[in-house]
Design a protein around this ligand. Sequence first.
Ligand SMILES: [Zn+2]
Length: 175
Amino acid sequence: MMARALHLARQAADLGEVPVGAVVWELASGRILGEGFNRREIDNNPAAHAEFLAITAACQAIGDWRLNHCALAVTLEPCPMCAGLIVNARLARLVFAAPDPKAGAAGSLFTLTTDPRLNHRVTPIPGVLADQSADLLRSFFRSLRRPDKPPTPHFPDPPGALPPPSSPPVPPPTA
Ligand SMILES: [Zn+2]
């Protein structure tokens, strides 16, 4: 399932999105119920994270918001929003690939999914295909920093943005 999630993450990268992919499946049958990849820029939606979309799709597929018989695989440790959704959806299992020291809420920065104060807990299984996911994220951010690469159409300048600093220098005043 993580290989499938990585495939989805690559689709996100091809669209200029931070490459994160997620799959929700039914534990008993192995049937995939929902998939998603990060679409934050395309959808202009701060909630359009891979796991958020996969969980929502799975709930719609089965007509139930409870996923206590399902598992989630995601290529990056969930953020606080998604970890909250994982708890609220009562997912039975959480598997993730790369840890996210900057925003991870399944053990790195916060530990939401096993917080005993919440009414549902899921112990994360980290590190599955972590190297592949980390490589994909690294190469994506490296490609963004390459000065010779034109900006992708998904990062348009906001209206009224300043011109790029590469405009020709003003010639010195003549006497
Ligand atoms: Zn998230």
